[in-house]
Write a protein that binds this ligand. Structure first.
Ligand code: NDP
Length: 333
C-alpha cells in the first residue's frame, strides 16, 4: 500500500475570531506504511463535532490542534493492512483518524466496532453522541419520572437524543434550539413537550412559559446566556449536567460567564457537574443495549446529516457551528 497519495485537510492557522474556510487547506501526502502495533485504515466517515472548534483554542481533555497538521477528528475507518495483533483487514474501527482519506493508527488508540447497517449509526446514536446523551442525562442529570428536563442545542446530535431519552424515562422534555423549523421538528417529530427558539430573543420568558413548574434537570450544551436563563429557573435540588459550551467555542469567548451562579447554586442546593463521555467507556455495552432496544422499538429516532466529500469537511464544521445541522453531522469520505 505504499503507492498512491493520501488527501488531507490541514489546519492552516488557528482562528483568532470566527472559524472560516481560510483556516484550512487541502494537502496530499504519500501513503504511509504501518509500523509494529499499527494499522493503515481507510477513513469512511468523519464525525463533525462542536468540540473540533474548541480544540483549536488550546489543550482540553486532549492536546490542542496545531497549524500545519492534519485536522483532528473522530472517524469510522476500515483496516486496509495491519501489523497489530487483533486488527485484521476489513475490521471497522473508531478513533481519531483526522480529516484525511487514510490514517496510520495504533491498535490501542482505536476501538473495534461491530459491523452494522447503516454504518453511520456507529457515529451517531451508537457513537459518542448517543453515549454522551445517555450517560450525561442518566448518570449526571439523574432524572426522575415526572420531572422537567431542559436541553440546549436540542436539535443537534447530542441534544436530540437527550430529549428523547428524557421522554422514555417519563419526564417532561423541553428543547432549546435556533429557529422555528428546528423547534417544530422537536415537538412534532421527536416528541418533545415544548421547544424554545433562543434566536427569537426573550429566552428566559419563553422558557418560563414552557416550564411553568421550573427545571429539575438542565443538560447544558451551550453555556453563556442560555445557562444563565436556565439557572434562574432551576428548582431546588436540581441537577445541571455540563456537557459543553458551544456558545463560547467560535469567535472570541465572552469575557463574563453566567451571572448569579454561586448564589443560586447555594440557595437552590443545585448540583452542577461536568463530565467527559470517555470516563464512561467501561459501561458502554450497558448503554448500547438500551439505545439499541429503544431504536428497535421506534422510541428513539435517529437523525443524521451526511455530507459527501473530504474536501467539504471545513465548510461542514463551519456550518455546524452556525446551526445548519439537524442531528449528527458527518462527512462520507
Ligand atoms: P451539535 O450536533 O449539537 O451541533 C451544534 C449545534 O449547536 C448547532 O446545530 C447549533 O444549533 C447549536 N449552536 C451553535 N452555536 C450556538 C450558540 N451560540 N448558542 C446556542 N446554540 C448554538 O454538536 P455536538 O453534538 O458536536 O455537540 C453538542 C455539545 O456536546 C457540545 O457542547 C459539545 O462540546 C458537547 N459534547 C460533549 C461531550 C462530553 O463528553 N462532555 C462529548 C460530545 C459532545 P442551533 O441552530 O440550535 O443554534
Amino acid at each position: 500500500m505504499s503507492k498512491g497519495v493520501n488527501r488531507q485537510v490541514l489546519l492552516a492557522e488557528k482562528p483568532a475570531g470566527k472559524l472560516g474556510p481560510e483556516h484550512f487547506k487541502m494537502s496530499e501526502a504519500a501513503m504511509a506504511e504501518p509500523g509494529d502495533g499499527e494499522a493503515l485504515v481507510r477513513v469512511r466517515y468523519i464525525s463533525l463535532d462542536a468540540a473540533n472548534r474548541a480544540w483549536m483554542h488550546g489543550a482540553t481533555y486532549r492536546a490542542a490542534v496545531e497549524p500545519n497538521t492534519v485536522m483532528a477528528g473522530g472517524g469510522i475507518a476500515e483496516v486496509v493492512t495491519s501489523k497489530a495483533p487483533g486488527l485484521a483487514p476489513g475490521d471497522i474501527v473508531f478513533g481519531d483518524t483526522g480529516w484525511q482519506d487514510y490514517a496510520i493508527v495504533s491498535a490501542k488508540s482505536v476501538s473495534k466496532l461491530p459491523k452494522i447497517d447503516p454504518m453511520t449509526h456507529l457515529l451517531s446514536v451508537y457513537g459518542i453522541a448517543g453515549l454522551t446523551a445517555y450517560f450525561g442525562l442518566l448518570d449526571i442529570g439523574k432524572p426522575k419520572p415526572g420531572e422537567t428536563v431542559v436541553v440546549s442545542a436540542a436539535a443537534g446530535s447530542v441534544g436530540s437524543i437527550v430529549g428523547q431519552i428524557a421522554k422514555i424515562r417519563g419526564c417532561r422534555a423541553i428543547g432549546i434550539a435556533g429557529g422555528k423549523d428546528k423547534c417544530n421538528w422537536l415537538t412534532s417529530e421527536l416528541g418533545f413537550d415544548a421547544a424554545v427558539d433562543y434566536k427569537d430573543g426573550a429566552v428566559f420568558k419563553a422558557l418560563r412559559a414552557a416550564a411553568p413548574d421550573g427545571i429539575d434537570v438542565y443538560f447544558d450544551n451551550v453555556g453563556g446566556d442560555i445557562l444563565e436563563a436556565c439557572l434562574s429557573l432551576m428548582n431546588n435540588r436540581g441537577r445541571i449536567a455540563c456537557c459543553g459550551a458551544i456558545s463560547q467555542y467560535d469567535g472570541v469567548p465572552s469575557a463574563h460567564g453566567p451571572r448569579g451562579v454561586p448564589g443560586l447554586i447555594v440557595v437552590k442546593r443545585l448540583i452542577m457537574q461536568g463530565f467527559i463521555v470517555m470516563d464512561f467507556m467501561a459501561r458502554r455495552d450497558e448503554a448500547l443495549k438500551d439505545l439499541q432496544s429503544w431504536v428497535a422499538a421506534g422510541k428513539l429516532k435517529v437523525q443524521e446529516d451526511v455530507i459527501n466529500g473530504l474536501e467539504n469537511t471545513p465548510n461542514a464544521l463551519i456550518g455546524l457551528l452556525a446551526g445548519e445541522n439537524r442531528g449528527k453531522r458527518m462527512i462520507k469520505v
